[in-house]
Design a protein around this ligand. Structure first.
Ligand code: ADP
Ligand code: ADP
Ligand code: MG
Length: 480
């Protein structure tokens, strides 16, 4: 009988993982909630288990997912990203039920999911990081500690949820009064979002670059890195555009950062694929930020430049294979850019466009182009999940070639029905600072003109072309 692997996720990442499972000649078990009844991950899997009405709560229901795995005889579970991916109780439940959790141990997830513990481990290992506090004690004591930290390091200061993630639970505090006000608010928000009200402070790195390193490690502790990604183009601390490798010209520095990432992974007994995140300041000092104990949305750019299938590797490592390569075997080639095409209206403060039906979907293709999506023409986007529709990843020999390819793809991409981030991204692909590799986390704030496009003209002209073409040539799928 073929090995079965359950995919505890939805959307593009479920499909990405199911493909890897099937390529390994294993069978994929999908799970879903009612709002996802029409979702394609259910159809491409070898079998699918309905978890309940949801929304969201069933994808987060550990007993139901463990039961689904047992009922179908799944040997392993891939959690994807989001949902239960970084929930140590879920990894623990798998361990207790003799199901292989495709990721690190529950102990590692517990330690690294707590930013304060992670910082302690890294500081003991001599990894550079920005000054920060322990968890702030409750009540006046915590406020006093916070004010003293603000006094010492000068405002602004970052107030962060200890167990935060996904760009949420991070606030910029400008002065002492705001600090006093925001600590209790941050606590109650953290409690609601992460079921943990602990918060701590970090010195702010002013207009940093976000550079992260993909690492993979086998059970014996052999760890290699797959180079860097720049994820500085963010909105509200959430990534929109990711690039591999980082555009920092100083290759020596990037090598040091990669070696530090391997050291950080080793310090936490890291197993499987993970991402070590760093901030880089204007003087090119780098600081550890956190380790994400899962596959990242942006893993595609690393795959494009290294040729290594990270999800396949995750599965093989979890099933007990050792890394057959050493650091010298990992070769990087060219540049890759990923853009997260979201159903959002950038002009309306990126308001999600969920609930709408995709009336036309025509994607680009060709050399160096990769699409990881899940929507199709006629698909109604459930309102209750995130707004990611498809990740466009392009690869090229040089940076210029990669950007030229990106521009061509964005120009040809037609998604009608919901508004999307495509026209906004097309402006980025033509923007001089972006073209010069000159961006940090303040990039979008500094370029309000990126919102300057005409939705209607853009979409209407694409649609008019499409209709004319269909009229002349029938449903030609190669037009893009
Ligand atoms: P999450 O777990 O939500 O991903 P991170 O700690 O990785 O949170 O931070 C997310 C983003 O927030 C970073 O990429 C960066 O843009 C910003 N950020 C976090 N900490 C700092 C800091 N100390 N100084 C400046 N920016 C920060
Ligand atoms: P495969 O999955 O293709 O059969 P192996 O089982 O030999 O590969 O290796 C397991 C993992 O080790 C691969 O998925 C890949 O991540 C990594 N790997 C193996 N060989 C190399 C190599 N020459 N260069 C880079 N990475 C490699
Ligand atoms: Mg992060």
């Amino acid at each position: 009988m073929k090995t079965k692997i359950l995919v505890a996720n939805r959307g593009e990442i479920a499909i990405r993982i199911i493909r890897a499972i099937q390529e390994l000649n294993c069978e994929a078990v999908a799970v879903y909630e009612t709002p996802d009844n029409e979702a394609p991950h259910i159809r491409i899997a070898n079998e699918a288990i309905w978890l309940g009405d949801g929304p969201r709560c069933d994808y987060l229901n550990i007993p139901k997912i463990i039961t689904a795995a047992k009922r179908t005889g799944a040997k392993a579970i891939h959690p994807g990203y989001g949902f239960l991916a970084e929930n140590p109780d879920f990894a623990k439940a798998c361990e207790n039920n003799d199901i292989i959790f495709i990721g690190p141990s529950s102990k590692t997830i517990t330690d690294l999911g707590n930013k304060v513990i992670a910082r302690k481990i890294m500081s003991e290992a001599g990894i550079p990081m920005v000054p920060g506090t322990d968890n702030l004690p409750h009540g006046d004591e915590g406020v006093e500690m916070a004010l003293a930290f603000g006094e010492k390091y000068k405002y602004p200061i970052m107030l962060k949820a200890t167990c935060g993630g996904g760009g949420r639970g991070i606030r910029l505090i400008e002065n002492a009064d705001q600090m006093k006000e925001e600590i209790p608010v941050a606590r109650s928000e953290a409690k609601a979002a992460f079921d943990d009200d602990r918060v701590y402070l970090e010195k702010v790195v002013v207009e940093p670059k976000h550079v992260e390193v993909q690492v993979i490690a086998d059970k014996a502790g052999k760890t290699v890195h797959l180079g860097t990604r720049d994820c500085s183009i963010q909105r509200r601390n959430q990534k929109l555009v990711e690039i591999a490798p980082s555009m920092i010209g100083d290759t020596k520095l990037l090598e040091t950062i990669c070696d530090t990432a391997v050291k950080a992974a080793e310090a936490s007994n890291y197993f499987n694929a993970g991402t070590v995140e760093f901030l880089i300041d204007k003087e090119f000092n780098f600081y550890f930020m956190e380790i994400n104990t899962r596959v990242q949305v942006e893993h595609t750019v690393t795959e494009m430049i290294t040729g290594i299938d990270i999800v396949r590797t995750q599965i093989k490592l979890a099933l007990g294979k050792s890394l057959s390569c050493s650091q010298e075997d990992v070769k990087m080639r060219g540049h890759a850019i990923e853009m997260r095409i979201n159903a959002e209206d950038p002009k309306a403060d990126f308001m999600p466009e969920g609930g709408k039906t995709v009336s036309v979907y025509r994607s680009p293709g060709g050399y160096g182009v990769r699409l990881d999506g899940f929507v199709y023409q006629g698909f109604t986007i459930p309102e209750v999940y995130d707004s990611l529709l498809v990740k466009l990843t392009v690869h090229g020999f040089s940076w210029n070639e990669t950007v030229d390819r990106l521009r061509r793809c964005l120009t040809n991409f037609v998604i009608s029905g919901p508004k999307t981030t495509i026209p906004f991204y097309l402006n980025i692909a033509n923007e001089p600072d972006f073209l010069a590799g000159n961006f940090d986390t303040s990039y979008l704030d500094k370029h309000p003109e990126l919102l300057d496009y005409d939705d209607n003209t853009n979409e209407a002209s694409k649609l008019a072309n499409l209709i004319a073409e269909i009229h002349h040539r029938g449903h030609n799928p190669y037009a893009a």
